[in-house]
Design a protein around this ligand. Structure first.
Ligand SMILES: [Zn+2]
Length: 375
């Protein structure tokens, strides 16, 4: 079967630079849409069947591009938004290439991987490479805040798909991702009774003390052997030292490996709500991303990816990852999902964020070959 020509890592880096230099914080829909406009124009020029879903709730648009073919498609999805504000490029994280590393805001998470998805589909269309199945590409605007507006179109594209490929950043040693934990988010608000800390101490009910007790209970739910972790942050409470604090609050992050544990821990955290002795605790939230568990179908997809990677001269290990992604949504639908197919590097959401740019061509070639060959 003829293969799509991907190009060299130098050439990919030159084009990727344009993506990184277009800063796209999730919170600026116009900026995200400007990069999406460029993608849309390029895909339109090579004959992609395009659908642009207008943004809402303060986020940018979602672009869907389909290649010709019959039957269940292979879906590839990447987010264009990053966690970095405008001006990051001009201050703390300028574009720079130093030896094997290329730096810039969002380059690793996940401009490089989303560029792989875009470039592969563009070149499949331009070069008219035959693929065993049609390909559906999604470029999305809001993954870094939990995909509130792109979750539905991602799930819609994934339903009935043969497989979903997510080029989020590669892990240590270039590992792709065959499982991810589910993520829960909660808000806890506590109301107490304020009083003078000197004159009326006995009449006060400290919301801060009640919050401290809640924090310790949530911390105790962590069970590393079972793969359950909790984190309480940030916390807020009180006004000044001589006032018994009437209010306190916190947020909670929960990670679980299975749907059953997600249900159990969700119930336990929501169950902290209640009223007792002048203290009222309210808890809102729940599971945000369902767990993405490895199945035999996912393992088979991984084996195929690893064989293709070997043809491109490198080993592709696999890993289970704590962090969530859009792959959680598609895996939870029962669609075989392989994630972490983006570029190697390190420092997602950190000031040392970078990719190992010489891996651009071989990693992109593996993603493209999967799009061509998943049967
Ligand atoms: Zn990401």
């Amino acid at each position: 079967m003829p293969r799509t020509e991907i190009g060299t890592s130098d050439r990919l880096l030159a084009e990727l630079r344009g993506w990184v230099e277009a800063e796209t914080p999730t919170t600026d829909p116009a900026a995200v849409n400007r990069l999406l406009d460029r993608c849309q124009a390029e895909l339109s020029a090579v004959g992609g069947a395009l659908e642009r879903l207008p943004g809402r709730d303060g986020y940018g648009d979602t672009l869907v591009c389909r290649t010709p073919g019959e039957g269940p498609p292979v879906v590839v999805a990447g987010h264009l938004d990053t966690v970095w504000d405008h001006g990051t490029l001009a201050s703390s994280m300028p574009w720079r290439v130093e030896g094997a590393k290329a730096h810039g805001p969002g380059i690793y998470d996940m401009k490089a991987g989303s560029f792989f998805a875009f470039h592969s589909v563009r070149e499949i269309l331009r070069q008219k490479t035959p693929t065993r199945r049609p390909v559906t590409l999604l470029l999305t605007p809001d993954e870094e805040v939990g995909s509130p507006t792109s979750r539905a179109p991602i799930e819609q594209a994934a339903r009935g798909a043969r497989a979903v490929l997510i080029p989020e950043p590669a892990g240590a040693g270039g590992a792709c991702v065959t499982a991810r934990k589910g993520v829960g988010r909660f808000d806890i608000r506590i109301k107490g009774v304020s009083a003078h800390a000197g004159g009326n101490w006995s009449e006060g009910r400290s919301a801060v003390v009640a919050l401290a007790q809640v924090i310790l209970k949530i911390h105790a739910m962590t069970d590393l052997a079972a793969g359950i972790t909790t984190n309480v942050a940030p916390i807020r409470g009180g006004t000044r030292p001589n006032v018994i604090p009437p209010e306190a609050s916190c947020e909670v992050d929960l990670r679980v490996p299975t749907i059953a544990l997600g249900e159990r821990l969700e119930a336990a955290i929501l169950g902290l709500a209640g009223e007792h002795d002048g203290i009222r605790i309210t808890v809102t939230g729940g599971m945000n991303r369902p767990p993405f568990a490895e199945t035999p179908e996912i393992r088979a997809l991984y084996d195929q990816a690893r064989a293709l990677a070997a043809k491109h001269g490198y080993d592709l290990p696999s890993q289970h990852r704590g962090g969530g992604s859009d792959g959680n949504f598609t895996a939870a639908l029962g669609v075989p999902t392989l994630d972490g197919l983006g570029c190697t590097g390190a420092g997602a959401h950190a000031p040392y964020e970078h990719i190992l740019w010489q891996d651009l061509a071989p990693r992109c070639a593996t993603l493209c070959a999967l799009l061509e060959e998943v049967g």
